[in-house]
Design a protein around this ligand. Structure first.
Ligand code: PLP
Length: 361
């Protein structure tokens, strides 16, 4: 076996401990006589997997009682439609566009109503987060939308916008459970799990209960209503059982590690290693304004396309995989999610320093 350091933006690295547990339980889960993949979603065993996963997530994120946790399908992109279908009663919403994912969300919302872009960093190719402290929130808007960590551009919104009383809807796909959050500041906080929590196929949505109503846009299908999933405890139809089981193992792993405070410290340490190196390097540099840098996704460039390509190719050979930047940005990107060990980041920095020595003077 030779596992590499996988810097993929998603699907991404999972904790080895979780994979080993899954391997042990592959043929028989507990005393059930079968794999989780083969179980009825109505079975006692699976219900316990699902409800324990929710309970542990509630502990990890300190989720208030007036918030529901929904395990949904269709990936992150389905939420770009479900959010307006469920919330855009007055057919108006405000979007803050700080990168590719918030842009896509806004684009999709236009199918359903008026989208007001109340802040954007498009002028500098999304390399920073604009000032969100005093926005022109549209009086008739139903919500204000952000993508809190832009996976492609590598920025994080540190100060939440003042939404002037409107519910804040936040896509946290690529920073889910990477640091403590105050859930009560959000109307909806959601993410696809394949970045930081589990295998592709599950989207976790945490929603304040007053936002779950029958008052959705006309023609909203049953499967697209938050109320359907809330009333049925995420068991309206067959959920992605095995993937939820893996998410549950990741939650247990995080709890054992000390929760979001503990992982945040480790994430800060890892990001510092990489950013400090980038700031002192003669050939590599980060592409994001310092104050807005993501702890999870770190884009960087040499400024020379051939040199970038050479670096990516050499890194691959050295077991540092998926370091190539997103096709829309170029250069490199290291995604250093919760499950990336500190040793992985150290190996990357050592490799970069060696590459730099070989390509300077
Ligand atoms: C990956 C990603 C998405 C899209 O997820 P899919 O499951 O591929 O639809 C949405 N938002 C963010 C921030 C992402 O990183």
């Amino acid at each position: 076996m030779s596992r590499v350091f996988n810097f993929s933006a998603g699907p991404a690295v999972l904790p080895e401990e979780v994979l080993i547990t899954a391997q042990k339980e592959m043929l028989e889960y507990g005393a059930s006589g079968m794999s989780v993949m083969e179980m009825s979603h109505r079975s006692k065993d699976f219900e316990e997997i699902l409800f324990t996963a929710e309970k542990n997530l509630r502990t990890l994120m300190n989720i208030p009682e007036n918030y529901k946790v929904l395990f949904l399908q269709g990936g992150g992109c389905t939420q770009f439609a479900m959010i307006p279908m469920n919330l855009m009663r007055r057919k108006s919403a405000d979007y803050i566009i700080t990168g590719q994912w918030s842009k896509k969300a806004a684009q999709e919302a236009k199918i359903f109503g008026d989208v007001h872009v109340i802040a954007t960093s498009e002028d500098k190719n999304y390399s920073y987060v604009p000032d969100l402290s005093n926005l022109n929130v549209t009086p008739e808007s139903d919500y204000v939308y952000i993508c809190q960590n832009e996976t492609v551009h590598g920025t994080t919104i540190r100060e939440l916008p003042d939404t002037k009383g409107k519910p804040l809807v936040a896509d946290v796909s690529s920073m889910f459970l990477s640091e403590p959050v105050d859930v009560s500041r959000y109307g909806i906080i959601w993410g696809g799990v394949q970045k930081n929590v589990g295998p592709a196929g599950v989207t976790i949505l945490i929603i304040r209960d007053d936002l779950i109503t029958d008052d959705v846009l006309p023609f909203t299908p049953t499967m697209m209503k938050y109320k359907t999933h809330s009333e049925n405890k995420s068991l309206y139809n067959t959920p992605p059982c095995y993937n939820i089981y893996i998410c549950g193992l990741v939650f247990k792993w995080l709890l054992k590690l000390g929760g979001t405070e503990a992982i945040h410290k480790i994430n800060q340490e890892k990001a510092k290693l990489l950013y400090d190196y980038l700031d002192g390097s003669k050939i590599f540099h980060g592409t994001v304004e310092k104050k807005d840098r993501s702890l999870m996704n770190v884009p960087f460039v040499t400024g020379n396309k051939e040199l970038d390509a050479e670096f990516v190719a050499e890194a691959e050979k050295a077991g540092l995989r998926n370091i190539k930047g997103h096709r829309s940005v170029g250069g490199m990107r290291a995604s250093i999610y919760n499950a990336m060990p500190v040793e992985g980041v150290k190996a990357l920095v050592d490799f970069m320093a060696d590459f730099e020595r070989r390509h300077t003077n």
